[in-house]
Write a protein that binds this ligand. Structure first.
Ligand SMILES: *Cc1c(COP(=O)(O)O)cnc(C)c1O
Length: 417
């Protein structure tokens, strides 16, 4: 077995030497000796974000106080930050804004989209979509009692057939948060449009790691996450995309003063901004958004396609290592590592996945557990190396061989899993 890893380390070192993206790791402030396989859940701290956190707190808030709204352009941060995200998801200028959370943004988009299809009442999603997406859709029925929304659920395999003329809005997540399965945005969007539906894509696990091409695929609406691959920090604001062609008609119900065409006119009557800005509700969280704005600068220096290529190579390498260490006999592994289906993560199923994850974390490898039985591994291409993955699998293999995960301290269930 040791031989397996010795050979793997040699091969990995060669791949790391040839890796054009390896220098990006220096721009992160990661602890030494840790392998972080959770960049898909909470992106790590960049040096730029850390520096901005000091500047925004000490200098801007501390010294310049309220004048910073103009002096440091706090007022335009949602747009500035949104425009940095736009090229990562194939969106031309004027269509993306940074604000609120995915959940809140989905509420806006779903309400607006349903109003644009007044004769239809069904929303189609998948049963194993991220729960918040489903909850938001169901929650709309507390407002819309005269015409309740019918939330229809399908499996990922049957989406295409399930899209029909009854459906007002198709609401899907491109990369399944548990399994890493990637859906085909192009063909599904086309099908939705052929049937007269509008489509909302949740890009939580795609933005910043795989190309999305919203404009080219004529997507109507999208949302995405700031704290995953975009490395915006815990609870970083999310983003929302409204295609230019819909903006005139688009009205979302969370009318707040920041979405008014002139917030500082303090007009008693609401007049929405005639732009993506109508998605703003209340005052943005400036500290959090500033940190994210700084974190996004790393993406100006890299092509998304290069990130995808490396992420998929890491995914495949990890899978190869599992096989060489015969861990594929211990875990049942999702097999999504070709570009059509892979969302740069793998799900390893085992009935003791929770405890195994805890033992792995104790050994310096951070991954996460997703109920009921998944050990989830994410392959962030900006800071992971091929040799990191050898260390990770070597440690996992030791944990499994010695059945270390059976120890009581690894079986204590924490609040956040
Ligand atoms: C992480 C994630 C979310 C998070 O939603 P927030 O409201 O921003 O916390 C939503 N949807 C999907 C698919 C996710 O992976």
């Amino acid at each position: 077995m040791n031989n397996v890893f010795a050979t793997a380390f040699e091969q990995a070192n060669q791949r790391d030497d040839a890796d054009q993206l390896s220098h990006f790791k220096q721009r992160f402030d990661l602890p030494e000796d840790m392998v972080y396989l959770d960049g898909n859940s909470l992106g790590p701290l960049t040096i730029a974000a850390k520096e901005r956190a000091y500047t925004v707190v000490e200098q801007q808030w501390g010294k310049d106080l309220i004048t910073s709204w103009n002096r440091h352009d706090w007022i335009n941060l949602p747009i500035i930050t949104g425009e940095k995200i736009a090229p990562l998801i194939g969106a031309a200028a004027g269509q993306v804004i940074c604000c609120d959370s995915i959940s809140v943004n989905l509420f806006k988009l779903l309400s607006a989209a349903l109003n644009m299809r007044p004769d239809r009442h069904a929303v189609l999603t998948t049963m194993d979509n991220f729960p918040t997406d489903r909850y938001v859709a169901e929650g709309l029925n507390q407002l819309n009692r005269a015409h309740p929304i019918e939330l229809r659920s399908t499996s990922e395999a049957n989406i295409y057939e399930a899209i029909n003329e009854d459906i007002a809005v198709v609401m899907l997540t491109q990369v399944n948060f548990r399994t890493g399965n990637r859906l085909d945005v192009k063909t599904i969007t086309q099908r939705a449009h052929d049937k007269g539906c509008l489509i909302i894509w949740d890009l939580a696990h795609s933005a910043g790691v795989i190309p999305v091409e919203l404009d080219d695929n004529q997507v109507d609406f999208a949302v995405g996450c700031g704290y995953k691959y975009l490395n915006g920090g815990p609870g970083a604001p999310a983003f929302v995309y409204v295609a230019q062609r819909h903006q005139e008609q688009y009205r979302q119900p969370l009318q707040g003063w920041m979405g008014h065409t002139q917030p500082f006119s303090f007009d008693p009557r609401y007049q929405p901004a005639a732009s993506i800005k109508s998605n703003l509700v209340g005052t943005p969280s400036v500290i959090s958004m500033s940190v994210m704005d700084a974190a996004l600068d790393i993406f100006a220096d890299v092509e998304i396609s290069a990130l995808e290529t490396k992420a998929l190579a890491l995914t495949q390498w990890f899978h190869t290592l599992l096989e060489r260490a015969e861990m594929n006999k211990v875990f049942s592994v999702s097999e999504y590592f070709d570009a059509r289906h892979s969302g740069a993560q793998l799900a390893l199923r085992h009935e003791n996945a929770y405890a195994i994850c805890q033992a792995w974390i104790a050994s310096g490898v951070i991954a996460d557990f997703r109920a009921p039985d998944i050990l989830r591994v994410g392959f962030s291409p900006l800071f992971l190396s091929f040799s990191d993955l050898v260390s990770a699998v070597e440690k996992l293999s030791a944990i499994m061989e010695a059945a270390e995960y059976l120890q009581p301290q690894f079986n204590e269930v924490h609040t956040v899993t």
